[in-house]
Design a protein around this ligand. Structure first.
Ligand SMILES: [Ca+2]
Ligand SMILES: [Ca+2]
Length: 294
């Protein structure tokens, strides 16, 4: 059976045609076979009573149906594609969100494991936010020894000691401040001379670099100051040592009275112009230092 689908324009024109036939007496009656939307796909009518012929208007709307079918299929396909795209997008968004959260958690966990360490000379604790690895006493080689180690050491307060030996090679001493009243760097305590020097090994998480800048008390842009102070070393007439940055707020190691035991020594140092350009440096001046991390 054919499916008849007619638009309103077609129906009006067909009904008009029927009325014209009625007026000219050709169409005896339209009957129930053609009545608005109920028109059948096949309409038959007698032209004249005398004529044995029958006009058969066969309205074939196959092409229209095909177009409509194609259009509907196209719309359905489009709708399905849109729905699928939305679902896939949502799935991908959810997966990406989960993946990003996992990556962020992993990175934060890894960052907790990374960091830098430095020694804070002259203090028992670390600056705010830095973790204390251990606290101890500054040590080194005796100021008048010709050989051996020249660097200062941060010796832990809870050592694991070796066996006693009789050979003559002592090289591990405590360190004293040798800060005389007439050469006391500004801001530092004037009671430190011949006192022992504490130190702290500090760990700063989530940082990858540490530098000690001589000649400055502030860090450069994007660097964070851990502590600042004055550059010190052994005296120039003694044996050579490293330089060390002594905290401006240096404290004494313990409450023992200031006895002159010597050992390794920290003397403030000053500039000497010539090969050192002044300016920018200042003649015969204390030398600042700052420990910076990033
Ligand atoms: Ca002492
Ligand atoms: Ca001394």
């Amino acid at each position: 059976m054919r499916i008849l689908i007619m638009d309103r324009t077609f129906l009006w024109s067909y009904q008009g045609f029927c009325y014209i036939l009625l007026l000219v007496g050709v169409l005896p009656s339209i009957g129930s076979e053609c009545n608005g939307d109920s028109c059948r796909d096949v309409i038959s009518m007698p032209l004249l009573d005398e004529m044995k012929a029958t006009l058969k208007a066969d309205l074939d709307v196959t092409n229209l149906n095909n177009h409509l079918k194609a259009y509907i299929e196209q719309q359905i396909q489009k709708g399905v594609e849109t729905a699928m795209t939305d679902v896939m997008r949502q799935l991908i968004d959810n997966k990406l969100e989960t993946a990003n959260a996992t990556i962020e958690t992993t990175i934060l966990a890894e960052l907790e494991r990374y960091g830098i360490t430095y020694i804070r000379w002259g203090r028992k604790g670390c600056p705010g936010g830095a973790e204390l690895v251990y606290t101890g006493q500054a040590g080194g080689n005796r100021y008048n020894h010709n050989g051996g180690g020249a660097n200062y050491l941060c010796l832990p307060n809870d050592p694991e000691n070796g066996e006693p030996q009789s050979y003559d090679n002592p090289q591990l001493y405590g360190t004293e401040y040798e800060i005389f009243a007439d050469r006391n760097p500004r801001g530092m305590s004037s009671t430190l001379r011949n006192r022992e020097v504490p130190c702290a090994v500090c760990h700063r998480k989530r940082r990858s670099s540490v530098i000690t800048i001589p000649g400055r008390k502030t860090c450069y842009k994007d660097w964070n100051a851990e502590y600042n102070g004055y550059l010190m070393a052994s005296h120039k007439v003694y044996k050579r040592t490293d330089y060390a940055c002594i905290d401006v707020n240096a404290e004494q190691f313990d409450n023992k009275s200031a006895s002159d035991e010597d050992g390794a020594l920290f003397y403030p140092i000053r500039t000497s112009c010539g090969s050192l350009r002044c300016p920018p440096y200042k003649a015969d001046a204390d030398v600042f230092c700052v420990v910076c991390t990033k």
